[in-house]
Design a protein around this ligand. Structure first.
Ligand SMILES: [Zn+2]
Length: 117
């Protein structure tokens, strides 16, 4: 087990940072053993890039929704095509968000498998 910095994002996701220290076992050989342990946890003010991406897309969905509602209230006949387009984009964004969330889950499940100390 070798020790690494551990960065914790504002969204509670995390990633490994720099290598810090060999464990007893591997100290003599000078190699890292592949089993990662947390040396110290460093909080980050930002959210991870995946969460940021997801939030940006969510904000776009919100914007389309607001536009759609505004058009529907104003003149649905006149804005028919814009409204259809907004619906399509919301659907596409929804799928992208789902995919990103699945990717993120898979990624952190994978990291989570290495033992944390
Ligand atoms: Zn995150």
């Amino acid at each position: 087990m070798c020790y690494y910095d551990n960065y914790k994002f504002a969204c509670n996701d995390w990633k490994w940072g720099n290598f810090r220290q060999h464990c007893q076992q591997e100290y003599r050989t000078g190699e890292t053993c592949g089993m990662k342990m947390v040396y110290q946890t460093l909080p980050l003010a930002d959210k991870c890039t995946m969460c940021e991406k997801i939030e940006r897309k969510k904000r776009r969905v919100e914007k389309h929704k607001t536009d759609y509602q505004r058009w529907a209230a104003a003149d649905p006949q006149k804005y028919r095509f814009s409204m259809e387009k907004a619906l399509e984009e919301m659907k596409a964004l929804g799928q992208e968000i789902q995919q990103l969330v699945a990717d993120k889950d898979a990624r952190f499940r994978q990291i989570g498998n290495t033992r944390r100390g």
